[in-house]
Design a binder for this molecule. Structure first.
Ligand code: ZN
Length: 319
C-alpha cells in the first residue's frame, strides 16, 4: 500500500510522518525546528526528519507540507512566514530537488481544515469552517467539499475578523480583530491585567509570578472553580461566538470545528459561551442548525492535513 510523507513545520517543532490513504501514521519523527539556524538549517532538519520516517521498503510517492506561512497558491512559494522569519523562499523546489519527489505546500490552518474534513470531526460534511484558537486565532474553509483559498490565497483569516471594533490592537496592526480578544495571548493579557488590579489571587498562586500567568494557568484556575478565570474564558468565548455568527450568516456551513491548544485545553469553558453567543446572533431561520464541535486530531492535525493534501494532488495528477 503506497504512502505519502507529511510534514508539519511549526515555529518550535518539525513533525514528519509516513501516512497511508486512510490517514494511518505508520512512522513518525518529531524534532525541534531550531528556527534561529535560518532557512538552510531548517531545510536540513526537515530532510533529516524525513529520512528517519521514509523507510526503503515502502518509499513514499509524494510529500505534503503544512507551513505557518502565506503561500502563493499557484507556485507554492512561501511569501512570508513570520514565526520562522522567512520571506520569499522556495521550500517546494528545494525539497523537490533534494528528495526527487513531488512536494506540495500549504498554510497550516488550511491544511488543518482539510485534515479534520478528511480524517477528523469534519468527516462526511461538505461545508465546514475550521477555527484554531491557540497563541493566535486562525482558520480554514471547506466549501462544497473543497478547500477554499479565496482569490489571492488569503481566505480563512478568521482571527482578523473584526469582533470588537473598539477593542485592543492586533498583531496585524488593525484594531478589534478577534485574535486580540479571543486568543491565548489575549487571555493571558486579560488575566495579567486582572492580577495587576489586585484580583485573580488563585491564578497568581498557581503561576507563582504575574509573568508566568498564561492561558493554561487561566484554564486550570477556571476548572478549579475560580470565577475570575471563568469570566475571562467566557468573555473570549463570547467574542468567538460573535465571529462565528457572522460567518454562519455569511456562509451557512454545516459545522464549525474548533481546534488549537487553548480551545482544546479549556474545552467547554470557551465553547459553551461561544455557542450561546453564536446561537443568539445567528439569523433566526438557521439558528437551530448551528453546530459547533471540538476538533479531534489534536497533535496530528498538521501531518494528517498535509497527507490529505498530498493525496488530493496525486489524484489530480493521475486524472
Ligand atoms: Zn488582526
Amino acid at each position: 500500500m503506497s504512502k505519502v510523507l507529511a510534514v508539519d513545520l511549526g515555529g518550535t517543532k518539525i513533525y514528519s510522518a509516513l501516512v497511508n490513504r486512510s490517514g494511518e501514521i505508520t512512522s513518525g519523527d518529531i524534532r525541534p525546528t531550531n528556527a534561529q539556524d535560518g532557512y538552510q538549517g531548517v531545510v536540513k532538519r526537515i530532510l533529516a526528519s524525513i529520512a528517519r520516517v521514509n523507510t526503503l521498503d515502502e518509499p513514499a510517492v509524494g510529500v505534503g507540507v503544512a507551513v505557518p506561512a502565506y503561500i502563493d497558491p499557484q507556485e507554492g512559494r512561501i511569501l512570508f512566514a513570520p514565526n520562522l522569519k522567512w520571506q520569499a523562499v522556495d521550500l517546494k523546489k528545494d525539497l523537490e530537488d533534494a528528495l526527487g519527489l513531488p512536494v506540495w505546500l500549504d498554510n497550516d490552518a488550511n491544511l488543518a481544515a482539510l485534515g479534520e474534513h478528511r480524517y477528523g470531526a469534519g468527516k462526511g460534511y461538505h461545508n465546514l469552517v475550521y477555527i484554531t484558537v491557540s497563541t493566535g486565532v486562525g482558520g480554514g474553509l471547506i466549501l462544497d467539499g473543497k478547500l477554499y483559498r479565496g482569490a489571492f490565497g488569503g481566505a480563512g483569516e478568521f482571527g482578523h475578523m473584526i469582533a470588537a471594533p473598539e477593542g485592543p490592537g492586533c498583531s496585524c496592526g488593525n484594531i478589534g480583530c478577534l485574535e486580540g480578544v479571543a486568543s491565548g495571548c489575549a487571555i493571558k493579557r486579560e488575566a495579567q491585567n486582572l492580577v495587576k488590579s489586585g484580583r485573580g489571587h488563585h491564578m497568581l498562586s498557581l503561576a507563582g509570578t504575574i509573568e508566568k500567568i498564561d492561558a493554561r494557568v487561566v484554564g486550570q484556575a477556571a476548572a478549579e472553580g475560580d470565577l475570575d478565570a471563568q469570566e475571562i474564558l467566557a468573555r473570549a468565548g463570547r467574542y468567538l461566538g460573535i465571529a462565528i455568527a457572522s460567518v454562519a450568516n455569511l456562509l451557512n456551513p454545516e459545522v464549525f470545528i474548533i481546534g488549537g491548544g487553548v480551545a482544546c485545553g479549556v474545552g467547554k469553558l470557551i465553547l459553551d459561551p461561544a455557542f450561546n453567543e453564536a446561537y443568539r446572533r445567528t439569523y433566526p431561520p438557521y439558528r437551530d442548525s448551528l453546530k459547533i464541535v471540538p476538533a479531534v486530531l489534536r497533535a496530528q492535525t498538521g501531518v494528517l492535513g498535509a497527507a490529505a493534501y498530498a493525496w488530493d494532488q496525486l489524484d489530480q495528477i493521475k486524472r
